[in-house]
Design a protein around this ligand. Structure first.
Ligand code: SF4
Length: 344
């Protein structure tokens, strides 16, 4: 069996390395014991598509506002979104709150430890279920994320495209075989930590790697070409025109986006797809990149008498809000930047 070698030889050196090299992160405990499942749930939701360093202050603020799963389940959605403001991918925040509600209503406020139960929760997929079960409860459940994919591909010298369905399934199978019965949570954390700090996408630090001796990519000097580098695609640029409209009493006209789609339910200044005829040439620009497109937001301040507005598109509602009222609701990240640059 291709992975019996790894099953026997990987966990020992990896866990010894992890015991000395593990980073101190707010969702980990200082003594190495399993963290509260609620903290794992929150941190895993935040860490999807987001760097550790970005998540740390958000995690602190979130946990101090909603210290328990009951507090999160009872929170207003706008308060949850406001604390998520700037992290992006807001469906994660909505799913997290909905998950807290389900856990309180169905599981008495205790995060389930069983992977199949976890998979029924809103927004919880195979990776998150495995992470919660293993990190919080030490259940020997596998996890496969970007870091684990890279480490496993290199350890086994897998040259197939790790995005292909069969390769993904193969990696899950390997991960299931190598996760040990004891210290499963530490093992999974160690795999991710190794990928994040040693077995990095470019120029991995093989000379200090604790598992160099069993790494086939290192043995064959393929560590720079495995996994197959991603083909970089040119992403289209999309322009938007943002009118920050101010009334004489200091209130601003803002819009709430439809409850479905990108930035669902978040607030923004009045925004158009096409340049309004009265738009000035000295607008500020805010750039915002998503996976499949790059946005350029052109924004300018208008007094209400300058602004002649077409009706908002379907599903968008408009309101006048004072600066204090704007602070109390969640804006999408580009509009938060505009708010900070033009108004605060
Ligand atoms: Fe990654 Fe190099 Fe370690 Fe292999 S030896 S797992 S390529 S860091």
């Amino acid at each position: 069996m291709v992975t019996s070698r790894l099953s026997l030889k990987l966990s020992g050196p990896l866990l010894r390395w992890y015991d000395t090299a593990r980073r101190d992160l707010p969702w980990r405990t200082s003594d190495g014991s399993p963290p509260p499942a609620y903290h794992v749930l929150v941190s895993e939701a935040m860490l999807q598509q987001t760097q550790v360093a970005t998540v740390i202050p958000y995690f602190h603020r979130f946990i101090s506002s909603f210290p328990t799963i009951h507090a999160l389940a009872g929170a207003d959605e706008q308060d949850v979104l406001r604390l998520w403001q700037g992290l992006g991918y807001y469906s994660r925040a909505r799913n997290l709150r909905n998950t807290a509600i389900v856990i309180c209503e169905v599981y008495g406020g205790v995060v389930p430890r069983d992977v199949s139960a976890l998979l029924t929760l809103p927004g919880v997929g195979r990776y998150t279920a495995g992470a919660i079960a293993s990190l919080a409860y030490d259940v020997p459940a596998p996890i496969v994320d970007g870091n684990v994919i890279r480490v496993l591909c290199r350890l086994e010298a897998i040259t197939d495209d790790p995005k292909e369905r069969e390769t993904v399934q193969r990696l899950w199978d390997i991960a299931a075989q190598v996760v040990p019965k004891k210290r499963a949570g530490d093992f999974n954390s160690a795999m991710m930590e190794l990928g994040a700090t040693v077995c990095t996408p470019r120029n991995p630090s093989c000379l200090i790697c604790p598992v160099r001796g069993i790494c086939r990519a290192f043995e064959t000097q393929q560590q720079q070409t495995i996994p197959k580098p991603k083909v970089t695609r040119v992403t289209p640029i999309v322009e938007r025109w943002v009118m920050c409209i101010r009334r004489a009493d200091g209130a601003w006209l803002v819009e709430r986006r439809p409850l479905k789609g990108r930035w669902a339910g978040l607030w923004q200044f009045v925004t158009f797809d096409a340049r309004p005829s009265n738009f000035p040439t000295d607008a500020i620009t805010v750039r915002h990149a998503l996976t499949h497109r790059r946005y350029v937001f052109n924004a300018a301040v208008f007094d209400v008498s300058d602004a002649s507005l077409p009706e908002p598109r379907h599903g968008i509602t408009r309101e006048w809000k004072t600066p204090d009222q704007m602070q109390a609701v969640a804006f999408s990240r580009p509009h938060l930047i505009i708010r900070n640059r033009l108004i605060d």
